[in-house]
Design a protein around this ligand. Structure first.
Ligand code: RIB
Ligand code: CA
Length: 316
């Protein structure tokens, strides 16, 4: 299947190592037709996110005219909290320094550009949101008709039945902008959530990252990013592998059968002092209103194999 017949997709991101890997996966996926990229502050500041996004598109050999659109530099209802530890390494890409990019950013704002894409082909466009949901929430608020025209929104975020990674209750993307996360999660009905519940059950082996790092081209660069990111993650978790959160969310679009899904109702805690950003999902008995589908199981080996295979394809 060539890209022209792939599923139309736009990605909202905050690169970040796992965002970078997700972009490489999306651009190497014949199942997907990546139509453009929007950026949001999150793992690093918006200027750093923009710098990293342009450079990763160059690394992936993305078309020069692939739309790259800058978005919000912080949450929609509170001041941005800066991460207190370098989860994504120096510069936000695992300490890997990519060459400066000449890519130009689109004149529009991400919120309005996303709305225009959704309205251009109603019912066909998937939005993968793999950073804080600030841009997506503002699109839902300012352009509700556009949000309704999306085929679906696949969100990397939340931790419903497992501990958070930023506080015991909250995952980073939801903690970074809880009001935005709540607005998007409740916007339903075509919202799929890929949370820590599954990303932490699909750990990538460090040996696989090392194998990639020994390769040439963008495969080797991706491996070096993952190696740094993975060492930091495993130092925190003590586990034998590490999650590549955003790559699993994009794989949920190209390979939905890698995950098991359950319908339910969800919202995000915004008023708590200790639980702010917590995803509260109700998957109990049917008959209740349902606004989301949540990934509750994952083929970890299948995901690791897909990740290794598609990234290896960048070796030169
Ligand atoms: O909690 C994981 C999420 O937060 C990922 O999207 C990662 O890139 C960070 O943004
Ligand atoms: Ca991210």
């Amino acid at each position: 299947m060539d890209r022209a017949h792939g599923s139309p997709l736009v990605i909202d991101c905050d690169p970040g190592v796992d965002d970078a890997i997700a972009l490489l996966m999306a651009l190497a996926a014949p199942e997907l037709d990546l139509r453009g990229l929007t950026t949001v502050a999150g793992n690093v500041s918006l200027p750093e996110v923009n710098r990293n996004a342009a450079r990763v598109l160059d690394l992936a050999g993305a078309p020069d005219d692939l739309p790259l659109v800058s978005g919000l530099d912080g949450p929609i209802a509170r001041t941005r909290r800066v991460r207190d530890e370098p989860v994504h390494g120096e510069g936000g890409l695992g300490g890997v320094h990519l060459p400066p990019s000449k890519r130009r950013f689109h004149d529009a704002h991400a919120v309005d550009w996303l709305a225009a894409q959704a309205l251009a082909e109603p019912g066909t466009l998937t939005l993968a949101a793999i950073g804080p949901l600030s841009n997506v929430a503002m699109m839902v608020r300012r352009h509700p008709e556009a949000a309704a025209a999306l085929r679906e929104v696949v969100v990397m975020g939340g931790a419903a039945f497992v501990q958070g990674n930023t506080t015991p209750a909250a995952e980073f993307n939801f903690f970074a902008d809880p009001e935005a996360a709540r607005l998007v999660v409740e916007s339903g009905p075509a919202v799929r959530i890929v949370g820590l519940d599954v990303t932490r059950a699909a750990l990538f082996p460090p040996q696989a990252a090392e194998r990639l790092a020994s390769m040439s081209g963008a495969a080797g660069v991706a491996g070096r990013m993952l190696d740094d990111y993975g060492r930091r993650a495993q130092a925190r978790s003590g586990l034998a592998g590490f999650p590549v959160h955003d790559a699993l969310a994009v794989s949920a679009v190209s390979h939905p059968r890698l995950l098991g899904w359950e319908a339910g109702q969800a919202t995000v805690e915004c008023a708590g002092t200790i639980t702010c950003g917590a995803l509260v999902a109700d998957l109990r008995s049917p008959g209740r209103p349902r606004n989301i589908r949540m990934a509750c199981s994952v083929d970890a080996e299948g995901f690791a194999a897909l990740l290794s295979e598609r990234l290896s394809g960048y070796a030169r």
